[in-house]
Write a protein that binds this ligand. Structure first.
Ligand SMILES: Nc1nc2c(ncn2[C@@H]2O[C@H](COP(=O)(O)OP(=O)(O)OP(=O)(O)O)[C@@H](O)[C@H]2O)c(=O)[nH]1
Ligand SMILES: [Mg+2]
Ligand SMILES: [Zn+2]
Length: 300
């Protein structure tokens, strides 16, 4: 029996695929072991996730099987998508097909803000719109986040994205069909993930990626591909706290009420900034949509 350490790069049906850190023991290159979690891990109430660094025992060298015995401490943890130890969220949207769902994009941003994870906004399918339309989308976020427009079809912007990844652990998140897997295929040609057509009828994605999976980035770093979804709840955020996760609002302090939600309150600095064009209107609209959703959820 050989003890080793490695990274969980995929998990399907109770099996975890662990890429070993050092493989001298096995005498091969980069090796992947199929492992189950030892009962004691489950007893501790830990569920293994893609991105976990683990200790394992290799029980069958020939068939590359093993048992995970310990999960090392996590830097951070997300439930949807279920990933851990991420440095950066690459929140991905498409210019069109599917049409941007800004309230949903914000939910990914909120998740990142809550865990203090860096954000890059990637606007894919730049080939499908004219320059003006693309710039309008970029403007929504470029006050706050770095925004990188790309096209997985023409490869426009892909080099810039590669530079931005720069050795980090980045997770591509976003709606189904926006092109996450298509982009990742270009960042690491060996990845060759399945990509899916967009439904002609609904212009929605078809949920091609079913499982989270980690790939090596060309210039160092790790890339997490995640399944897209078309909607999800936010979560544990309260009405009062939502505004905290819109960093550009925080620049405009001094509202009449300390706990101003920036909706109908008098003497609201955020709404003033909105009127003066200092806060993006679409971003404010999606803030309102998410606030409304939290309010409605509370009623039930
Ligand atoms: N025109 C155009 N089409 C693209 C581009 N990127 C991806 N597509 C197409 O969009 C469709 C969906 O792409 P995927 O990469 O499967 O999207 P995804 O975000 O991984 O979707 P899920 O795995 O379902 O979450 C495919 O038909 C791609 O060929 C692009 O930049 N331009
Ligand atoms: Mg995919
Ligand atoms: Zn206010």
């Amino acid at each position: 029996m050989i003890s080793a350490e490695g990274l969980v790069i995929k998990g399907i049906g109770g099996f975890y695929y662990v890429r070993l850190d050092r493989t001298e023991a096995l005498g091969t290159g980069f090796d992947i072991i199929e492992a189950k979690g030892r009962g004691s891990i489950k007893n501790d109430g830990i569920k293994l996730h893609v991105g976990d660094q683990v200790k394992l025992e290799i029980t069958d060298e020939l068939n590359k099987k093993g048992v995970i015995t310990e999960v090392l401490e996590r830097k951070n943890q997300f439930i949807r998508p279920p990933i851990v130890n991420v440095d950066t969220f690459i929140v991905t949207m498409a210019t069109t097909k599917p049409k941007p769902n800004l309230a949903l994009v914000d939910k990914f941003l909120i998740m990142a803000e809550m865990e203090n994870v860096e954000v890059i906004i990637c606007i894919n399918k730049s080939d499908l719109v004219d320059k003006e339309e693309l710039e309008k989308l970029m403007e929504i976020y470029d006050d706050v986040y770095s925004v990188i427009p790309v096209s997985a079809k023409t490869c426009e912007g892909i080099d810039e994205l590669k530079k931005a990844i720069n050795g980090k652990k980045v997770a591509f998140v976003g709606s189904s069909g926006v092109g996450k897997s298509s982009i990742i295929n270009l960042l690491h040609p060996a990845a060759e993930m399945e990509t899916g057509e967009i439904s002609k009828k609904t212009s929605r994605g078809k949920h091609t990626t079913r499982h989270v999976e980690i790939f090596n980035a060309e210039g160092g770093g790790l890339i997490y591909d995640t399944p897209g979804f078309t909607s999800f709840d936010i979560l544990q955020v309260s009405e009062e706290d939502l505004r905290l996760y819109y960093p550009e609002f925080e620049k405009f302090t001094g509202c009449y009420y300390d706990n101003c939600k920036h909706i109908t309150e008098p003497d609201c600095k955020v709404r003033e900034a909105l009127k003066e064009g200092k806060i993006n209107k679409l971003r404010y609209e999606s803030y309102k949509a998410n606030l409304e959703e939290i309010r409605n959820k509370k009623k039930y």
